[in-house]
Design a protein around this ligand. Structure first.
Ligand code: PBG
Length: 324
């Protein structure tokens, strides 16, 4: 009771503050998303205009850059591909010689990183949606076969983990079954179980050339207004065999993240998405806020319950914001 209890007493000395800090962010908490573009030439990564400091790499440059990050302590990468050829069924996504398959092989040869393949169709379809279209509607069950093919093809290339981000119902079970049938029983599924239809993805769609050519993603991704629905989504994916849960975006959905961690005690990953990166970066570049925001944003995500964070800020945290 005041004045016996003075909360500021423990804040006066920096050394004591350091002793009792409850949350910390370390390099081994991070998964770094890498964009690999088939038409990018070696030695000339393409800067993404909506995400200053982030690049689209050729296969060789992606592998080299990931190796440099690994030397500095990074443990895992998440791969997104931008192919030359797009069609209605996203066939480049499961091409055994596709851009992601090549990158996985390169990373496995040259690094020890945990390589995660993002399983989705939107970067590979000519309509930009995350599944098979009929009558302008994304068909759930036919899409599952394609997602399974993509996941198996990543596993064949050597991926350590697959991460479906499409939000079709039943995809975790379909992918688990396909992996098991092909003897990949030990390839885990990190599922984007609670993924919202968020405007925070707009810089990504520019980066990955994956904006839908008609309509939006609201018939498969979640309504930002809903909380209970996220809990049900996570429970379903656990039932279907998910190994780790991804909540996405991160900062605007910390309430969801906290509840998911507390309720299910699953390995939990938060995705600090492109829009979060771009907003913070723009604020810093404009001089409206200082670079301390970067650390504060990441701390808030860990504090809310994330075991791991997928974040574009990895190179900046390592003072490597130029690719070479
Ligand atoms: C693919 C996918 C998206 C993101 C990750 N996987 C885009 C989307 O759903 O439109 C967004 C990542 C980011 O914004 O950083 N479906």
């Amino acid at each position: 009771m005041f004045p016996v209890t003075r909360m500021r007493r423990m804040r006066t000395d920096e050394r004591i503050r350091n002793m009792f800090r409850e949350t910390s962010v370390d390099m081994d908490d991070f998964i770094y998303p890498l964009y690999i573009k088939e038409s990018t030439v070696d030695g000339n990564p393409e800067e993404i205009s909506t995400m200053p400091g982030q690049f689209r790499y050729s296969v060789n440059d992606a592998v080299d850059f990931a190796g440099l990050l690994e030397d500095q302590g990074l443990t895992s990468v998440l791969l997104f591909g931008i192919p030359n050829h797009k069609d209605a069924v996203g066939s480049s996504a499961y091409d055994p010689n596709g851009i992601i398959q090549q990158t996985i092989k390169g990373l496995k040869e040259q690094t020890d990183l945990v390589v995660i393949g993002d399983v989705c169709m939107c970067e590979y379809t000519d309509h930009g949606h995350c599944g098979i279209i009929k009558d302008e509607y994304v068909q759930n069950d036919p899409t599952l076969d394609y997602l399974s093919k993509i996941a198996v093809s990543y596993a064949q290339a050597g991926a350590d983990v697959v991460a479906p981000s499409d939000m079709m119902d039943g995809r975790v079970r379909a992918i688990r079954t396909a992996l098991d049938e092909n003897d990949y029983v030990n390839v885990p599924i990190f599922s984007y179980a609670a993924k919202y239809a968020s405007t925070f993805y707009s810089p990504f769609r520019e980066a990955a050339d994956s904006a839908p050519s008609f309509g939006d993603r609201k018939s498969y991704q979640m309504d930002p207004a809903n909380f209970n629905e996220a809990i049900r989504e996570v429970a379903l994916d656990i039932d279907e065999g998910m190994d780790a849960v991804i909540v996405k975006p991160a900062m605007p959905y910390l309430d969801v993240l906290r509840e998911v961690k507390q309720k299910f005690k699953m390995p939990t990953i938060a995705y600090q998405v492109s829009g979060e990166y771009s907003m913070i970066t723009a604020g810093i570049q404009k001089g409206y806020i200082t670079e301390d925001l970067l650390n504060e944003s990441l701390l808030s995500i860990k504090r809310a319950g994330a075991d791991m964070i997928i974040s574009y800020f990895v190179p900046q945290l390592l003072d490597m914001d130029k690719p070479y």
